[in-house]
Design a protein around this ligand. Structure first.
Ligand SMILES: [Zn+2]
Length: 571
């Protein structure tokens, strides 16, 4: 086998995997398979998108483009002309995916559990959608019938673990860790079954346990975390290392079964991870700075009060029950209170905002701020053009000045104007101001009335994020091994959006010019590169790749909302 021969590609995705865990566990000899790939291949940090959140990060991976082209900036997207939000899914991505491009060129693909692939696109091969799939009862595989086939071959198949948004008991946490281990086993079984029964040029399987468990278990493992509990180090403290060991074992099994001499393997994460220590109340901060104003005397209005109580009760009910009674109650409530539907599904308590006196609002859990812009927001008060630009400048300056009272350090280490950060046909849909924080902070955009503090240490009476102690970081991981890949080499400056062009190059396929990422030449032996130069193509696709967006059913929306809340992406 010479390095000039086009090879097949195996990608193993490890959601949220980080060297913060891999290095110490590897030093203890607990990750032999990743250690082997590191010796025999190249490795290094893989920089995520801004923001480092799974929906946009995986979209960048699969399209090789920046957010301004694929058009996704968070789990929620504004419904035009309203203050309400829909959840994104695969249809929200504008652009061709790696598996679309390969399928169109006659290559055979298998894609398992990548987030943002629901509803499944008809690829040349098999696609099983991942995060943001409503449930296994949805049509989530292409072709149909794969779920039943995997249940027969492996006993079961699971898309994700079930996490409650509130605090979990020790017994519940241990059960969650066991559930995650079982999910890893089932995923590997599914991958091996499909690898044995389907031909493939490109094979990808994604594991999410590394992300889910890191959110919940970081403090038990990390002796330096402020909320570390030494008496739980032998029980809960072992969960995260066990998950990483199970993932390393999965890597070994897939390697043994799938990697022949023509196969290049890439192992990568969509973002990194680290200890989370504090919450930042961003809409409360906007209110204190005068950018956002709450309605006066809302609570004095009995009708409003009744509606709010109903909303709260209904929220609790749908959290706990999935019964026909709840559906009936929801149908009745939606019929009687037309505004309720939006209120239920909006993550922010926007019903309390006086839009006639509000210039800006924050959305999501990262640091994204939007202006209340005339012509875009239904009750926008900021005039587009000079006034808006001046306001953005002022907001950016204020946001850079927002400091952690304990350390004096800025909460956001970088602050951008959205349209400077992103480029492409969807750049105008970007947040107007983008604050980038480290894993130490979690942004809360609901709940601005229960206190005055902006930066709050975890554990101090926080409801929404109290049960999480790990958070995303920009620095993900990359491992690569195969024909022509340098051995024992640390790659620099690799970005997630570079992976699609890199994989195309590995398969000796030309790279579409629309891609913003570049093939990571640093991974390859110079003589391999010289023998097989990178090729580009300006091939045109007919019509927009993005199909019409389906209306999500209420049941699907609620399933997604509940799952995202459990993962800590909604507050
Ligand atoms: Zn996560």
């Amino acid at each position: 086998m010479t390095p000039t021969t086009p090879s097949r590609v195996l990608v193993i995705g490890l959601d949220g995997a980080t060297f913060n865990l891999i290095h110490p566990l590897m030093a203890q000899g607990l990750l032999p398979n990743l250690a082997r790939i590191m010796r025999e291949g190249s490795w290094g940090e893989l920089r995520s998108t801004i923001q480092p959140s799974s929906e946009q990060a995986w979209a960048a991976f699969m399209t090789g483009t920046n957010n301004g082209k694929f058009g996704v900036y968070g789990f929620q997207k504004r419904r035009p002309g309203t203050y309400q939000f829909d959840y994104v899914n695969g249809r929200s991505i504008d652009g061709r995916t790696l598996w679309r491009i390969l399928s169109d060129r006659g290559k055979q693909v298998v894609v398992i559990n990548v987030p943002m692939t629901y509803p499944p696109e008809p690829v040349n091969g098999v696609l099983i959608s991942g995060l943001l799939t409503p449930s296994v009862h949805s049509k989530f595989t292409h072709p149909d019938g794969i779920y039943q086939e995997l249940c027969e071959a492996c006993g079961d198949y699971r898309i994700d673990v079930d996490i409650e948004s509130g605090r979990m008991s020790e017994a519940q946490l241990l059960a969650l860790a066991d559930e995650a281990l079982e999910m890893i086993r089932l995923r590997t079984c599914a991958a091996l079954h499909l690898a044995r029964t389907r031909p493939w040029d490109f094979f990808m399987v994604m594991y999410d346990a590394s992300d889910r468990l890191a959110h919940k278990f970081w403090k038990y493992w990390d002796v330096n975390h402020p909320l570390h509990e030494p008496d739980k180090a032998d029980t809960l403290g072992q969960a995260l290392p066990r998950i990483y060991q199970a993932l390393d074992q999965a890597v070994g099994e897939l390697w043994d079964a799938l990697v022949e001499e023509d196969v290049t393997v890439y192992i990568l994460s969509d973002h990194g991870f680290g200890p989370m220590e504090k919450a930042v109340y961003l809409n409360r901060w906007l209110a204190q700075k005068g950018y956002l104003t709450l309605k006066q005397g809302v609570s004095a209005n009995p009708r409003e009060q009744a509606q709010r109580a109903l909303r709260a009760g209904l929220r609790k009910a749908v959290h706990r029950l999935d019964s026909p009674i709840v559906s009936t109650m929801k149908r009745w409530a939606f019929a009687h209170f037309p505004n309720l539907k939006g209120a239920l599904y909006s993550s922010v308590a926007f019903a309390q905002v006086d839009w006639s006196k509000t210039q800006a609002y924050a959305l999501g859990t990262m640091g994204n701020i939007y202006l209340n812009l005339q012509g875009r927001e239904p009750e926008g008060i900021v005039t587009p053009g000079e006034e808006a630009e001046r306001l953005i400048d002022q907001l950016m300056a204020d946001l850079r000045d927002l400091r952690d009272p304990d350390t004096g350090e800025p909460v956001f280490f970088a602050v951008y104007r959205g349209k400077d950060l992103y480029h492409g046909p969807h750049a105008h849909e970007a947040p107007d101001v983008v604050g980038v924080k480290t894993h130490r902070y979690h942004v809360v955009t609901a709940d601005w009335q229960s206190g005055d503090e902006i930066v709050v240490r975890l554990g101090e009476g926080l409801h929404f994020v109290s049960d999480q102690s790990g958070q995303h970081a920009l620095e993900g991981v990359l491992f690569a091994q195969g024909p022509g890949i340098r051995a024992g080499h640390q790659v620099q400056n690799a970005r997630l959006m570079d992976m699609a062009p890199t994989i195309l190059y590995t398969l000796d396929e030309p790279i579409p010019e629309e891609m913003d990422g570049v093939a990571l030449t640093d991974l390859f032996e110079p003589d391999a590169l010289a023998r097989r130069p990178i090729r580009f193509t300006s091939e045109q696709v007919e019509g927009p790749a993005r199909g019409p967006e389906d209306e999500q059913s209420e049941a699907e929306r609620e399933a997604i909302r509940k799952h995202l809340a459990g993962l800590g992406y909604l507050d």
